[in-house]
Design a protein around this ligand. Structure first.
Ligand SMILES: *Cc1c(COP(=O)(O)O)cnc(C)c1O
Length: 413
């Protein structure tokens, strides 16, 4: 058979193949440590001379199989799992940006990542400049400095559902000799593979669609293997000059296309330890095996609900993209009406989460951003009437019925 497997087949099979008499399902290797026969074998692992497992804080076979599955889905050469999406974005950036360095990022990104870059990484001495992702290439280029180490963006932004022009971002990053890091959480590789459009590193909060059932928090990083670190060696000394904590080995020389992920595992996981538990990696794997089936349903239902919302007189606008099942819409009637509406919902639940099997709703002006005035909300890029709706796996007709009855109930009050 010479046909390249399609994405659905990869969701089920990539990263794990069982041999004769071996478990059909990917096993959980629930062990902190791994045994060796000789002192020399162990020493070679610590010198990164041999590949192998020694401690689950750095790497674990179950995690690696799941990471390999995600890397294959994204079309990358290597991947790693982290304890959360936050850890994935932190590691992805901190692996190549140190104190004194600078990052350029789109403004339309997940609030947690906005804080990570703008507050916590700032405390570590890494500066960020946020740019309007819809600005021209010339305008965005103005944000770059000699010490800029990466460009960051999200395929589809949370909560605004703004779709990023990844190819434009890739051109801008590469013309400045830095990699493009894309958070592909909302689209998932089933609907969009940023590497095919020029991204160098892809990150995920696997907590969302990949897990898909609201059971485990996790993250992933995938390297395309495409960025030529050596060509910009002066910018990336961490990858291109000797690491004294590993007897002076140089990641790019020793590991080639695996340099970036190897450094993130052997340095950042070693020192920060934000590893995903093998048990959670196993749950994530179960989610991945149906990702292609679920994404199709999430997107089809989101489209149906969006079409219905567009015709409703109480709805002022709808933002929906075929890339994911999360949509945003404007509800007329102000904050009071939004609260009455949400309290009247029966199937749709009020949650800060998104992108799993349960349909859920959030009104930032009443919830996550409730301390802000309407003017402040607009400044933060969140419309006061914006309602975020994440379409689950219930029947679309039932979701529509629930929204309809809740608007009627709110109107009657
Ligand atoms: C949720 C989310 C994150 C953070 O992930 P956690 O798993 O909650 O740490 C990062 N990026 C995006 C786009 C998200 O939706």
């Amino acid at each position: 058979m010479s046909k390249k497997p399609s994405i659905g087949t990869l969701c089920v099979h990539a990263g794990y193949a069982s041999g004769k008499g071996q478990p059909r399902q990917m096993p959980i290797v629930q062990s902190t440590t791994f045994k060796y026969e000789t002192s020399d074998q162990m020493a070679r692992l610590f010198d990164l001379e041999d590949a192998g497992y020694f401690y689950t804080r750095l790497a674990n076979p179950t995690n690696d199989m799941v990471a390999a599955r995600i890397a294959t889905l994204e079309g990358g050469v290597a991947g790693m799992l982290t304890s959360s999406g936050q850890a994935a974005n932190f590691y992805a950036c901190f692996n190549i940006a140190n104190a004194g360095d600078h990052i350029v990022s789109a403004t339309s990104i997940y609030g947690g990542t906005f804080n990570l870059l703008g507050t916590s990484m700032a405390k570590m001495g890494i500066e960020v400049t946020f740019v309007d992702q819809d600005a021209s290439e010339e305008e965005i280029a103005k944000a770059f400095r000699p010490n800029t180490k990466l460009l960051f963006g999200e395929t589809v932004s949370n909560p605004g559902i703004a779709v990023l022009d990844v190819e434009k971002f890739a051109r801008i990053a590469h013309s400045h000799g830095v990699p493009l890091i894309i958070d592909n959480t909302f689209a998932t590789p089933v609907n969009y593979r940023p590497i095919e459009h020029g991204a160098d590193i892809v990150t995920h909060s696997t907590t969302k669609y990949m897990d898909g059932h609201g059971v485990s928090v996790g993250g992933a990083i995938v390297d395309s293997g495409n960025f030529d670190w050596e060509a910009h060696a002066d910018k990336f000394p961490g990858l291109c000059t000797p690491d004294e904590s590993y007897h002076g080995l140089t990641y790019t020389k020793k590991f080639g296309k695996l340099a970036y992920i190897t450094k993130a595992t052997s340095q950042l996981m070693r020192d920060f330890g934000s590893i995903q538990s093998p048990q959670n990696a196993f749950y994530l794997n179960l989610g991945l095996q149906s990702l292609h089936v679920r994404m199709a349903r999430h997107c089809e239902s989101a489209k149906k609900v969006a079409e219905w919302l567009r015709t409703h007189p109480m709805v002022s606008w709808v933002n929906q993209s075929d890339l994911c099942g999360v949509l945003a819409f404007g509800l007329k009637g102000g904050r009071d009406f939004a609260i009455k509406f949400m309290d009247a919902l029966r199937i749709v639940t009020i949650e800060t989460h998104v992108a799993d099997c349960y349909t859920c709703i959030l009104h930032p002006a009443s919830h996550t951003h409730r301390q802000m005035s309407d003017e402040q909300l607009l400044e933060a890029g969140v419309a006061p009437d914006l309602v975020r709706l994440s379409i689950g796996l219930e029947d679309a007709d039932d979701i529509i019925y629930d929204i309809d009855q809740a608007i009627k109930t709110a109107q009657a009050e």
